[in-house]
Write a protein that binds this ligand. Structure first.
Ligand code: AP5
Length: 215
């Protein structure tokens, strides 16, 4: 299966994509994770994108075109993938169309996860991530066994620089202006399905399983 997961920052795309990856045995491609890894390793790409990520602005489309073309052309993407965080602009829809055409494959589904803005702010301001293994926690909804420490690798948990209130509000604006309009494009293509993502993680995943015919 080839799936795009879209929705507001913090709605749970990464959380649900990880569950879907395990259920479908396909690749999970998070453009945010790829960019954060580039920043962490200090690569040339990382140096170019750091400011955009920290401020909640989008990385330019030409850089994203290079990144996604390279990632989807690797052999581990040939069995299917879940795209989490791409496309985010109308230009990126065209970029993805071109990559898929080159690979002679098609998208099966675009899933829009929805929740209220209050829920989003609460999810993002309570999110903590493990810099060691990438595990994602929430101080209330998914706390680690020992406060501030990753269950899996024991590293000290951190808050993403873009998870402060001011940056969260800016990211929501970017989403409304640039990314939400893509729902209309995919709806016209008959690919879009919307899921209420305001419930707990297991309930949202059940909704996903149902629309994908996995139940
Ligand atoms: P990216 O990393 O993609 O950030 P985002 O879209 O803002 O999404 P998030 O990762 O913040 O949230 P999520 O929806 O994955 O939620 P999560 O599962 O973690 O992008 C970051 C930046 O990179 C962008 O701002 C931009 O600069 C750049 N970028 C990336 N892609 C780009 C592109 N294509 N073009 C240009 N620039 C790009 O969950 C959030 C929290 O809620 C967690 O704590 C989780 O435990 C909790 N939670 C999840 N589900 C539930 C639930 N059902 N109930 C309660 N809590 C829940």
């Amino acid at each position: 299966m080839r799936i795009v997961l879209m929705g507001m920052p913090g709605v749970g795309k990464g959380t649900q994509a990880a569950r879907l990856r395990d259920a479908l045995k396909v690749l999970h491609v998070s453009t945010g994770d790829i960019l954060r890894e580039a920043i962490q390793t200090g690569s040339a790409l990382g140096k170019r994108v750091r400011e955009s990520l920290d401020s909640g602005a989008l990385v330019p489309d030409d850089l994203m075109a290079e990144l996604i073309t390279e990632r989807l052309s690797r052999s581990d993407a040939s069995g299917g993938f879940i795209l989490d965080g791409f496309p985010r602009t109308a230009e990126q829809v065209s970029i993805l169309d071109r990559v898929l055409e080159t690979l002679s494959v098609k998208l099966d589904r675009v899933i829009l996860l929805s929740a209220s803005e209050d829920e989003i702010v609460s999810r993002l301001s309570g999110r903590r991530i493990c810099p060691g293994c990438g595990e994602v926690y929430h101080v209330d909804n998914r706390p680690p066994g020992s406060a501030g420490v990753c269950n899996k690798c024991g590293s000290a948990l951190v808050q993403r620089p873009d998870d402060t209130k001011a940056v969260i509000l800016g990211r929501l604006e970017v989403y409304k202006n640039k990314t939400l309009p893509l729902a209309e494009i995919y709806s016209e293509r008959g690919l879009l399905q919307e899921i209420d993502a305001s419930g707990d993680q297991a309930t949202v995943f059940e909704g996903l399983r149902t629309v994908l015919g996995l139940s």
